[in-house]
Every structure is written in C-alpha cells, then in structure tokens.
Design a binder for this molecule. Structure first.
Ligand code: CA2
Length: 145
C-alpha cells in the first residue's frame, strides 16, 4: 500500500491556539484526523508527526527510507534556515512536497527563501489546513504515475 509521511516542524503544535488570523483555527490534531480520513478514503497509509527539534525531523526523514514512498513536509521556520533538512531529503531520495499553511511569498522577505524547495518535487502554500489534503492528492498521483 502506498505510504506517505507527513512531517510538521517547530511551533506547529500551537496551531489553532494563537495567531488565528495567520494560521486559522484548525488544530494540528484536527489536521491529523482529516489526513487519516483521506488515507481511508484513498486506500493509502499516512503517518503523521510533529517535532520542535531539527534533529528529530532529520531522524524521521532518515527512517522513512524503505517505509514511505513520499514525504509531505511543513518544516515551519526551518524551511528558511535548514541546510540539514535539505541534505536529508536529497540523501533519502524520497519525493517530498513542501507545504505551508500561509502564503509565505505574501509575507516577510525572510520567508521567501526555502532550502526545502530546492529538493522538493513541488510546493503548496496559502490554502490553510486544506493544503495538507491537496499535498496528499498530489503525492499519491506522483507516486502512482
Ligand atoms: O505557513 C506555514 O505553514 C509556516 O510553515 C508556519 C511557520 C512559519 O515559520 C513559516 O514561515 C510558514 C510557523 C509555524 C508557527 O505556527 C504557529 C501556530 C500558531 C501560533 C503560533 C505559531
């Protein structure tokens, strides 16, 4: 069965509790339920994880080898800073989609730079929590094509 890993980076555990004008009112737990429902409806396996620690995200990417066929990554602020995450994605050779709730290109200049985009097959941003389902659809299509 097609298996997709969804990885969430720093501060995303706070979703739905602060800055609703930027990130909406949906919690990360709500998003996990939607992704799990999507998995059931689409005959896929979806694993969901969040960490505030760069090393834990790196370990999860390394451990995905031979287990998951695709990675959806909302790396949070590490998107704009982490060469280590970029290198990890490149080294495991698993297709990855960069995901953001907000439209990072309509925000501060420092959010326009992405190390993840350099190794991702594509980027989805600006659609809030629905972006997770868009990313899963896109990844399933990519894997099965
Ligand atoms: O839009 C996104 O999904 C981001 O990845 C969110 C990151 C931000 O650094 C990226 O530039 C874009 C920040 C996540 C912080 O999430 C919070 C949620 C609620 C309250 C406070 C922070």
């Amino acid at each position: 069965m097609t298996s997709i890993l969804i990885l969430n980076g720093p501060n995303l555990n706070l979703l739905g509790t602060r800055q609703p004008e930027v990130y909406g009112t949906t919690t990360l737990a709500d998003i996990e339920v939607s992704c799990s429902n999507w998995a059931t409806d689409n005959g896929c396996d979806v694993s969901f994880m969040q960490s505030n620690h760069e090393g834990a995200l790196l370990d999860a990417i390394h451990a995905a080898r031979g287990v998951h066929q695709g990675i959806v990554l909302n790396a949070g602020a590490y998107t704009h800073t982490s060469i280590a995450l970029m290198d990890a994605l490149a080294s495991v050779e698993i297709p990855a989609i960069e995901l953001h709730l907000s439209n990072v290109h309509a925000r501060e200049e420092f959010r326009h730079r992405s190390f993840i985009a350099k190794v991702a097959i594509g980027l989805i941003c600006g659609f809030g929590a629905h972006g997770y389902l868009l990313a899963l659809d896109a990844m399933k299509q990519h894997i099965e094509d």
